[in-house]
Every structure is written in structure tokens, then in C-alpha cells.
Ligand binder design. Structure first.
Ligand SMILES: [Zn+2]
Length: 223
């Protein structure tokens, strides 16, 4: 991916996906003067549904997480953040054609040449991650954004088991202060984040590398 043109767009599901999976990538792009843009499908507003109070709490959580993402994006040097605003946890229920169209419209204005998104298995199987992978894969392969001709998947065990060729493994150790600060910016998710990353004092070995796979380029699958 060293020949990657810019800008790079990330299409992800939730606030914090970028800090978990692509913080070093975003920092590296920013340091090269090629800052990424980020479009998220949801504001991470999941809460129990079915009551007015729950809906209001969900809206409030969405606002909090949107601010947390803005803080993380500033740390990572992400140029711009957009939100499609689908309900957290229910992206798979959205009209996929409409989601592709809305994402394509947002991206077309930013003119990226590369889209980074989740792999088909969602990395961890999360239905929102799988849904955004379908949306991103479709919009690149159907050439819905002029000039966007490269699809990059975030690494997953499934891709490795399938024997796919890794395009880039970024060692987060070199970027750890920024990655840790971006993770910490997601204050409402502290418990989840510490379950994976501990106290953020150093990169845990299991999460040391951010891995990326080139899935499609200008009509060629797994080039
Ligand atoms: Zn997520």
C-alpha cells in the first residue's frame, strides 16, 4: 500500500473503530501530509429501545460519542469526519442500496482513491461491521465514486486463514502515544477499551499490528 494515492477514506461502523483498528494508519497518513477522511455509519448510540427515556438516552449517548470521535480524529490527524446516522446495532436492517448511495455521495465530494473498510466477516463478526463491509465493497466495486478504485480491508483471522496476502502491517509501537490518546478519547467506552488494551500504557502484543489487505483494485480482485 506504499504507492497508495490520497486521500484515503475510511468507512467504519462506530465511533472507536478507527482508534481500535486504524489509528497508526491515520497518524502515518497525516504525517505524510495525506490526512484521511472518515465516514461512520452510526453514532454508537445503542441503548435499550422501546421507551421514550431509552430513546432520549440513546440520542444523548450518540451526541457524546460524536464528540469523543471528533476528539480522537483530531489526535489522529483525520481531516474530516462524517456520519450516516444509522441506528447503532441495526445497520443490517438499513436499505443497503440507499446506504451505498448516501456513502457514495459523501465520498464523491472528498474524492478518495482508496477506501478502507471492514472485511466481510466484520473482523469480530459484529453485524454492523459486516453490513458496512457490504456497503463499502459494493460502492467501490460498482465504481460509485469517480476515482475511487481501490478497496482495502482491515485484517481479520478469516482473511489470514483464506491465505490472502497482507498489504501492510503497521507496528503501533511507533504510534502508541497517539493511538493510546485516541482510544482514551472514547471516554464512554473505557471499560470495553481497557478489556482489549489494558491501561493503555503500552501496546498489548495481541493488538500490536494494524493489518490491511488489498481486496480489489481497478477491476482486479485480490491483485
Ligand atoms: Zn465497531
Amino acid at each position: 500500500m506504499d504507492g497508495m494515492k490520497t486521500p484515503v477514506a475510511l468507512l467504519l461502523a462506530h465511533p472507536d473503530d478507527e482508534a481500535f483498528l486504524a489509528a497508526a494508519l491515520c497518524r502515518r497518513l497525516a504525517e505524510r501530509g495525506e490526512p484521511a477522511v472518515l465516514l461512520t455509519a452510526t453514532r454508537g448510540d445503542a441503548g435499550k429501545r422501546g421507551s421514550e427515556l431509552a430513546a432520549a438516552l440513546g440520542r444523548r449517548l450518540g451526541e457524546i460519542r460524536e464528540q469523543e470521535l471528533a476528539d480522537a480524529a483530531a489526535i489522529l490527524g483525520i481531516r474530516e469526519v462524517g456520519h450516516l446516522g444509522y441506528p447503532d446495532g441495526r445497520l443490517a436492517e438499513a436499505d443497503e442500496r440507499e446506504a451505498v448511495e448516501r456513502a457514495a455521495q459523501w465520498l464523491a465530494v472528498r474524492r478518495p482513491s482508496t477506501l478502507v473498510t471492514f472485511p466481510p466477516d466484520g473482523g469480530n463478526g459484529h453485524p454492523d461491521h459486516r453490513a458496512i463491509s457490504r456497503i463499502g465493497t459494493r460502492l467501490v466495486r460498482e465504481r460509485r465514486v469517480p476515482g475511487l478504485d481501490r478497496l482495502v480491508y482491515i485484517g481479520s483471522e478469516t482473511l489470514a486463514q483464506e491465505g490472502r496476502k497482507e498489504a501492510l502491517a503497521l507496528d503501533t509501537k511507533a504510534f502508541w502515544p497517539a493511538k493510546a490518546a485516541a482510544l482514551a478519547a472514547h471516554r464512554s467506552q473505557r471499560d470495553t477499551i481497557s478489556a482489549y488494551f489494558g491501561d493503555l500504557s503500552e501496546a498489548p502484543e495481541a493488538w500490536r499490528f494494524e493489518r490491511f489487505y488489498l481486496a480489489w483494485e481497478d477491476g482486479r480482485e485480490w491483485p
